[in-house]
Design a protein around this ligand. Structure first.
Ligand code: GTP
Ligand code: MG
Length: 442
């Protein structure tokens, strides 16, 4: 039987949305407007997770308090507000240590979450495929493990709600560390199996010899809308953060009759939890393998430049920095006809990215120019080469199979010999092994 206090909690939760209070801190290295923007985004994230933001608070601090993150006096002041406004959950814009969460929970006497657990919660709600679900659960459990002790004896935790959902999440909360660790090991094994199947599919796709392009960008920039506009497909588009979690690949036939495989991917965000980037690395392999990236930007967003930086940082982290990239300046229709709005960002971005294409994925404006630019960028498609590689250079041989398409290989003779197609930006890497006139040599 469900104990009465718990039942009451469940019922309250079902009758109204969870009431949320947000907390940000302004430290020396961060400007006031940065903190404000980040907090506004945290509010959108909370709404995406189904919460109702009833207030927020900022504190300017010289140093973070190791026990309570913000100052103790400030925490009590916020706690008082929360009591008076019936707040269920307090969400901090930065990661809290397990000790800080525990202490804050005592002061506020309600659920305390941080940005990472909130993002993980949204991902848990969105994950559809088996791989996506496993990845999110893994990141959640890894985030949970050091914080596990505080769940003991906290009946209210079991009431669920934001930060407590997903996979086997709720039942895990009562499990001991060893059980969680076992589950983590199990997920890692399962993921390995799922990923092997994925890489087989990808190998099949590469054999089709079509170049690969990936759509990347900040969450809600219009990536899925653009995939639909370019390929006439119908993937989910929604005005919420992280609508897309699992990559979708469609064929794009360019006006030049060339085929391209175009993949829509998960959106990025500032302060994306590192564990999540780790967990999604395999899904993001599509991005790493791509011959070309379309970096979609919402030019109507006031923080467009910070968003571009955040995306570039994640790209660098997954090893896709420096790829040939087309900047797609999207949501053009939201600007004034002279291109103003969003702080004159459009002109500035055009100056910094001379090959950028301005589009509106919803009205179709700029789509023909974008198609033309994709054709131009992919024209020097894949180079056909013959290589001779000394047998002991196994790393080079492995790399060749990873980035190129090996059409024929022979391991006889003093050096291994390969007929390959590789994307031109990998040419230099293999230059020393190229057989001159290999094209015509038998
Ligand atoms: N006005 C306008 N709205 C757009 C444009 N492109 C996309 N949108 C809207 O922006 C919202 C987000 O679009 P999505 O395509 O789902 O964005 P996304 O980048 O795939 O977002 P996530 O998958 O959540 O990361 C939707 O409401 C779209 O209708 C555009 O060019 N102009
Ligand atoms: Mg999307």
């Amino acid at each position: 039987m469900i104990p009465a206090p718990l039942k009451a909690l469940i019922e309250t939760r079902n009758t109204r949305p969870e009431r949320v209070f947000l907390v940000g801190v302004e430290i020396k290295s961060r400007s006031h407007s940065d903190t404000r923007d980040s907090l506004a985004e945290l509010g959108e994230l909370a709404a995406t997770a189904g919460g109702e933001v009833v207030g927020d608070g900022l504190q300017k601090v010289d140093a973070l308090n190791p026990a309570t993150f913000i100052g103790k006096g400030k925490a009590e002041e916020f706690a008082d507000f929360c009591r008076r406004h019936d707040v269920d959950t307090v969400i901090f814009d930065d990661d809290l240590s397990p000790a800080q969460s525990r202490n804050l929970e005592k002061i506020f006497n309600c659920k305390i979450l941080d940005r990472t657990s909130l993002i993980l919660d949204i991902f848990a709600q969105r994950a559809r495929t088996r791989e996506g679900k496993l990845q999110v659960e893994l990141a959640q459990l890894q985030h949970l493990l050091p914080r596990l002790t505080r769940f003991w004896g906290h009946l209210s935790r079991q009431a669920g709600g934001i930060g407590m959902r997903g996979g086997e999440g709720e039942s895990q909360l009562e499990a001991d560390r060893r059980k969680v660790q076992e589950r983590i090991d199990r997920i890692i094994r399962d993921l390995d199996t799922v990923r092997r199947q994925r890489s087989t599919q990808r190998a099949g796709r590469q054999r089709s010899q079509w170049p690969l392009a990936s759509i990347v960008g900040y969450t809600n920039a219009g990536k899925s809308t653009l995939l639909n506009a370019l390929t006439g497909s119908n993937v989910l588009v929604k005005d919420i953060l992280f609508a897309t979690l699992d990559p979708a690949t469609r064929r794009l036939r360019l006006p030049t009759n060339q085929n391209v495989l175009l993949t829509d991917t998960v959106g990025f965000i500032r302060k994306l939890p590192h564990g999540l980037v780790e967990a999604f690395k395999a899904t993001l392999e599509e991005v790493v393998q791509a011959d070309l990236l379309l970096h979609v930007v919402d030019v109507s967003h006031p923080q467009v430049e910070e968003q571009i930086q955040a995306v570039n940082a994640v790209l660098a982290e997954i090893g896709a920095g420096g790829k040939p990239t087309i900047m797609v300046l999207n949501k053009l229709d939201r600007l004034n006809p002279d291109g103003t709005g969003a702080n004159g960002a459009l002109n500035r971005l055009r100056e910094n990215h001379p090959h950028a294409v301005a589009t509106s994925a919803t009205t179709g404006e700029g789509i023909p120019s974008l198609l033309a630019e994709i054709s131009t960028q992919l024209r020097p498609k894949r180079e056909f080469l013959v290589l001779r590689v000394p047998h002991e250079q196994s790393a080079v041989i492995a790399r060749l199979h990873k980035v190129g398409q090996v059409i024929e290989s022979s391991y006889r003779g003093p050096k291994a010999r390969f007929k390959v197609r590789i994307p031109p930006h990998h040419h230099d890497e293999f230059a020393q092994f190229i057989v001159p006139d290999g094209r015509t040599a038998s």
